[in-house]
Design a protein around this ligand. Sequence first.
Ligand code: UD1
Ligand code: CA
Length: 457
Amino acid sequence: MEANLRSLILAAGKGTRMKSRKAKVLHEAAGRTLLEHVVRAARMVAGDVYIVVGYQAGKVKESVSQCRFIEQKEQLGTGHAATVARDSFTEYKGDLLVLPGDVTLIRPETLEAFVKFHRAGGYRASVLTADVQAPAGYGRIVRRNDNEIDSIVEHRDASPEILQINEINSGIYLFSAPVLFEALTKVQNRNAQGEYYITDVIGIMVNQGLPVAAWKAPDPAEITGINTRQELAAVDRVMRRRKCESLMSEGVTIVDPDSTFIDADVQIGMDSVIYPSVQIYGQSFIGDDAAIHSYTRISNSRLGARVTVLEGCVIADSVVGEDTSVGPFAHLRMGAVIGDRNKIGNFVEIKKSSLGDGTKAQHHAYLGDATIGKDVNIGAGVITCNFDGQQKHPTFIEDEAFIGTDSQLIAPVRIGKRAYVAAGSSITHDVPADALAIARGRQATKAGWAKVRKKKK
Ligand code: UD1
Ligand code: CA
């Protein structure tokens, strides 16, 4: 982190071109809001982060932590946004890193290099720029020489000659704070949009004979702003690719990065393998040597080492212990907690239930609001009947119990240690430890019945 440096993020705009009810900076890429990405990058370089908020100010403030906020009641332009921040920096004589709220791909390393350039040259203002193929819409950089510039001209105010320039303004700047606020007092809104442009301070400073520079980003993709849903998708794609690259460089195998969606905050241990078309979202953690097979979605969940998740599972807000296997086609949700060495097989749904170590539920079961001990066997088709139409009720199954195939446990109910429930039972009363409970219609077998029936026809 650099000394004598603060950051100011301009995020008061609505983002009209998104065609959304939601402020642009609240849209997400790789599981974080656009603003959160910018805040994280800024914080790593310039400690104190100030944010100008306006449109949906309340929600924008809630979306990030440890920032200071300045309210811009009316959005009269980027220059006006910086002006309303003035009172927060009256005593401050250091540098200010100014960023728009939507430059989601900017890397801290790039900002760091930009600060070095600015400080080494002794500039009062520096603009982060890039050469791009399609400069339409961006402000253009009018250069004086290799380092210094004369002005920034907005697309809508540019002459045909200036529109030929391919070097664009990223909207990221470094300013000496007192010089910025002084220059802002001179900015006017006589332009195509009738707005106060922060970009005009560049020309104002140059006219005062102050040294103003521009520095080209090594990777132009990093400064892409997001104005439309199309650009949002493009940025999300880059973010995802970056995440896969970083996991691979830490020893995770990702078979097909192009079809893999992993959010920025996800952690995955060494030698784990992620097969094609897997989605891992939110605050998820996967241990070492795990295998996550195709068409599985994991969100906000914690999976231990050597876990295997087979094809087509949905795991949300749940915990899975070590050496456990899940799926194919299993659904764990709402705080399911699965122990070590469990086997959760196909078409098993587990909701708000805990399973002790070594327990198995291999085929077609629904376990809801259940507390299940160790080494329990849940037969095929077992159902905890947890809902009576009005309320949810708990089921308890103690260690080493055996629940026979196709049984219904009508909650609230408790099955004691080592107890057996015979296949096909509808259990309505507690079963004590070591007992066998059979609760099904008795079989009647009528010898020769079928032959008698045929004769009657
Ligand atoms: C701005 C630059 C342009 C640059 C481009 C890079 C100006 C005049 N132009 O244009 O040179 O190439 O960014 O993406 O600055 N904002 C406020 N309050 C306002 C207006 C805007 O906080 O009153 C915020 C927005 O929320 C946004 C940022 O400032 O995060 C940039 O505003 P935007 O309208 O996107 O500017 P551009 O037209 O893209
Ligand atoms: Ca923009």
